[in-house]
Design a protein around this ligand. Structure first.
Ligand code: GRF
Length: 210
């Protein structure tokens, strides 16, 4: 049995991915995991609102509240310690996670990206910009990716992916909607597989039981 996943969710927006994971937990589709806190750089994030409505500690934390990067990052680490967090889920978090946090949570931070990495990833590739790039490219397939977070944007080991067909009539907005549906499926599934040990976390990465 793996240790219970004690998750901190980082989100900057609506938090629909966070909500999908939380709903899967409430429905007992994900066992051996709990969300200990939600952290957002955006005080108006829907993710914070949802957390408050569900009695999950909701913390607004942004770099602008601190004088230095060091103070900001050490506060993040302190808060994660206070909540006994052992796993981090980035659910639409638009800020880069500092190397000091990645080092402390090596192979224990996952992110959802709205494209089939390694394509359409990296700096500037977030939200609607991803889908605009896919539409512009003429690709007929897109999708979503759950991956480990390392010190480069959208670069860590891929855990799960699922494809979405791109229709002739699709625009970035309609493609985003289709991909978001897949995100809400594979992100909770990835958390389930991690919590149940089907995806095993090792020092040099994760092992996915085929
Ligand atoms: C999602 O499209 C996700 O792929 C990206 O940011 C968006 C977050 O949406 N990382 P939400 O806040 O989970 O609704």
């Amino acid at each position: 049995m793996v240790d219970k996943l004690k998750i901190a969710v980082f989100a900057s927006g609506k938090g629909s991915n966070f909500q999908a994971i939380h709903r899967a937990m409430i429905a007992n589709e994900i066992n051996n995991a709990e969300i200990c806190c939600v952290i957002s750089n955006n005080p108006d994030a829907g993710a914070l609102q949802y957390a408050k409505e569900h009695s999950i500690p909701a913390i607004h934390l942004s770099r602008s509240q601190f004088d230095t990067d060091e103070e900001f990052n050490s506060t993040i680490i302190k808060i994660l310690g206070k909540h006994q967090v052992n796993f981090i889920v980035l659910a639409g978090y638009l800020k880069k996670i500092d190397a000091s946090v990645i080092k402390k949570f090596k192979n224990r931070i996952v992110n959802i990206h709205p494209a089939l990495l390694p394509k359409y990833g990296g700096k500037g590739m977030y939200g609607i910009h991803v889908h605009e790039a896919v539409i512009m490219s003429g690709d007929k397939i897109s999708g979503a990716t759950v991956h480990l977070v390392d010190e480069e944007y959208d670069h860590g080991q891929i855990l799960l992916q699922e494809t979405v067909p791109v229709a002739e009539t699709d625009r970035a907005e309609t493609l985003a909607e289709k991909v978001l549906i897949v995100e809400h499926k594979i992100f909770p599934l990835a958390i389930k597989l991690l919590a149940e040990g089907e995806i095993e976390i090792k020092d040099d990465g994760v092992v996915i039981d085929e």
